[in-house]
Design a protein around this ligand. Structure first.
Ligand code: SAM
Ligand code: DTB
Ligand code: SF4
Length: 377
């Protein structure tokens, strides 16, 4: 048997060694490319594996690329909530569903409130602070505000992440220059199923934003939602979309749908029943195998999961999660519960490693004049 490409063959009654089975994949050819370039068929074969084979393979690959038992922890804050012009069918914040969700909208929150929340996140042990806004895209007058947030949060020694909707090249450059470490923009699902989920923002517009983020030099964070009524074929296609990118996202949140009552998709799933959690765990494991050097994050949906289900997700190669009692508008697993779970699983927290901003302020000691220097890449 030839390593990972033969994974669907039965291993019992063969003379293959364990080393053959877990041979390092030879599919990656380009040093700048962090994905494995599995074909669509190979991704489908991974999804079909017996669960224990899939988890063992994912954990083995995880340990070839990351320190075992170490997890990266992020805290989320909604900096502008609700009344969003987009119609994402799963989202509590869409203005299109507000009559039914009754979500309390909130305008942009003050910089000092964001800094106070970031300080709390840091003291509780998060290494990254993620700020989300319910916008189609930031407006010109929002840019100085978000740039200031990046600089202030970085000054605390935290990594920064933002998710503000679509970005053009100029906006991506402004955020990169301010030192933003990650920009989150999800594909959410396959190109095919996407039509059933969102009508106001196209799949190609999402890919364009991801390209603008990539070209700006920031790290790309891009994930999905599992359990919206999509098929396994859609989950396979979503993984395949990641592998079609010139470089896989550095961070991949695998959200499990939080079915929000009053949203079209939330209501459908509440009526028809939720997907098995094991399928979400499978998606995590396949993502880990196909994007071996990306952080794979347990994102929305953890509040409803047992310790054992989360342990299986970590076994499948997840190495990041959101910390804190709230996500953006919905609840999250409690922080005290997460601390206990990490102790019981023997997981340790990764320290922050923020990027230097491209332009560092330099103050002349004599004149007090402030200028900017460019950092080498
Ligand atoms: N407004 C920005 C945007 O969508 O570009 C950023 C915020 S949006 C809430 C970020 C991501 O959260 C979405 O792309 C989606 O993947 C995830 N999300 C939102 N509502 C969710 C829900 N009910 N369950 C699971 N994930 C959800
Ligand atoms: C992501 O993929 N998941 C996070 C983050 N990116 C911004 C957001 C989850 C939101 C869950 C629903 C809510 O709390 O409103
Ligand atoms: Fe708006 Fe983002 Fe929610 Fe879509 S997912 S409705 S863009 S906040």
């Amino acid at each position: 048997m030839a390593g990972l490409l033969s994974i669907t063959e039965p291993t019992a009654n063969t003379t293959d060694t364990v080393d053959d089975f877990f041979a390092t994949p030879t599919l990656t050819t380009d040093a700048t490319d962090t994905s494995s370039k599995h074909s669509r068929e190979q991704i489908a074969q991974l999804f079909d594996l017996p669960l224990m084979d899939l988890l063992l393979q994912a954990q083995t690959i995880h340990r070839q690329h990351f320190k075992a038992n170490e997890v990266q922890i992020s805290t989320l804050l909604s900096i502008k909530t609700g009344n969003c012009p987009e119609d994402c069918g799963y989202c509590a914040q869409s203005g299109h569903h507000r009559d039914k969700t009754k979500l309390q909208a909130e305008k942009r929150i003050d910089v000092d409130k964001v800094i106070a929340a970031a300080k709390r996140a840091k003291s509780s042990g998060s290494s990254r602070f993620c700020m989300g806004a319910a916008w189609k895209h930031p407006s010109a007058k929002d840019m100085p505000y978000v740039v200031e947030l990046v600089k202030e949060v970085k000054a605390l020694g935290l990594e920064t992440c933002m998710t503000l909707g679509m970005l053009d090249t100029n906006q991506a450059t402004q955020l990169a220059d301010a030192g933003l470490d990650y920009y989150n923009h999800n594909l959410d699902t396959s190109r095919r199923y996407y039509e059933q989920v969102v009508s106001t923002r196209s799949y190609d517009e999402r890919l364009d934003t991801i390209t603008n983020v990539r070209n700006s030099g920031m790290n790309v964070c891009s994930g999905n939602i599992v359990g919206m009524g999509e098929s396994r074929d859609d989950r396979i296609d979503w993984v395949h979309e990641l592998l079609k990118m010139p470089k896989a996202p550095e961070s991949i949140p695998v959200n499990l749908l939080v079915p929000v009552s009053g949203t079209p998709i939330g209501d459908k799933i509440l009526a028809e029943g939720e997907l098995s959690v094991l399928e979400w765990i499978r998606t995590i494991a396949v993502t880990r195998i196909c994007c071996p050097s990306s952080y794979v994050r347990l994102s929305a949906g953890r509040e409803s999961l047992s310790d054992a289900e989360q342990a299986l997700a970590f076994m499948g190669g997840a190495n990041s999660f959101f910390y804190g009692d709230k996500l953006l508008t919905t609840g999250n697993a409690s922080q005290s519960g997460d601390d206990r779970l990490m102790r019981e699983l023997g997981l340790t927290k990764q320290f922050a490693a923020p990027r230097a901003p491209k332009h560092l302020p330099v103050v002349d000691a004599m004149s007090g004049h402030q200028s900017q220097v460019m950092m080498a890449e």
